[in-house]
Ligand binder design. Structure first.
Ligand code: SAH
Length: 216
């Protein structure tokens, strides 16, 4: 496998980063991370030439690599600090996990599709990204490793998963798209000092659905 990152890739990535900035992402740290992650190495071979378009693309198992603007928005809303322990639900291509790693976080990522879990687990370390990979149902989270400073859900949930709220630290933050199968509201969930929950809304997005159970 060719894992080179050429000047041409870097040039296209810089343009993509500026496009994401124009669309409204302001955090320099997040924009830097988008500018660093070689998205062409996370794409399905049939779509590599479109790697630096600001669009979602198929990655196999009927799933998608998220649109860079969406990844940047969710990451900005997450307010990541270095060394924080983050749970990502929906590993998919691993692109979002790589962006979180560029911000210095410790990433625990869980995927329900066995085929994607296996391929991303072998690919990411080869290109320098080392989250901890889990095969399982994100609705259950990772109780053994809880609590988390941050939780990011990258599939559209019908409602905010209760078990994930339980796995959030006091003062922690979760970013989760909630809604129907073709339209979700981006929600930020904050767990206050007294354990109460506050939820705010941050625009409409479209994700593949969050599905219960695992697929073999
Ligand atoms: N973060 C990914 C986006 C992938 S799309 C990226 O950057 O490419 C969403 C992913 O969530 C899909 O791979 C899908 O299989 C997965 N998913 C859906 N429901 C899930 C669940 N209950 N637990 C874990 N993963 C889930």
């Amino acid at each position: 496998m060719d894992i080179s990152d050429t000047w041409q890739h870097k040039g296209l990535r810089k343009k993509l980063t500026e496009e994401v900035r124009r669309k409204g992402v302001a955090s320099e740290k997040v924009l830097d991370a988008i500018n660093k992650v070689p998205r062409h190495l996370f794409m399905d071979s049939g779509f590599v030439k479109f790697s630096y378009r600001d669009q979602a693309f198929p990655i196999g198992a009927a799933q998608t690599i998220s649109q860079p603007f969406t990844v940047a928005c969710q990451t900005e809303l997450l307010e990541v600090q270095p060394h924080q322990k983050i749970l990502e639900v929906g590993t998919g291509s691993g692109y979002q996990a790589a962006v979180l790693l560029e911000l210095g976080a410790r990433v625990y990522t869980i995927e329900r599709q066995k085929e994607l879990f296996l391929s991303v687990q072998s690919l990411l370390p080869k290109i320098g990204y080392n989250p901890r990979f889990f095969y399982g149902d994100g609705y259950q989270g990772l109780p053994t490793y809880a609590p988390f400073d941050r939780i990011i859900v990258t599939a559209g949930a019908a409602e905010i998963p209760e078990s994930l709220i339980n796995q959030l630290k006091i003062g922690g933050r979760m970013v989760v798209p909630v809604g129907s199968s073709n339209n979700q509201h981006m929600k930020v969930v904050i767990k206050n000092e007294d354990g109460s929950i506050e939820t705010t809304n941050h625009g409409n997005f479209v994700f593949v659905p969050m599905i219960k159970g695992v697929s073999h």
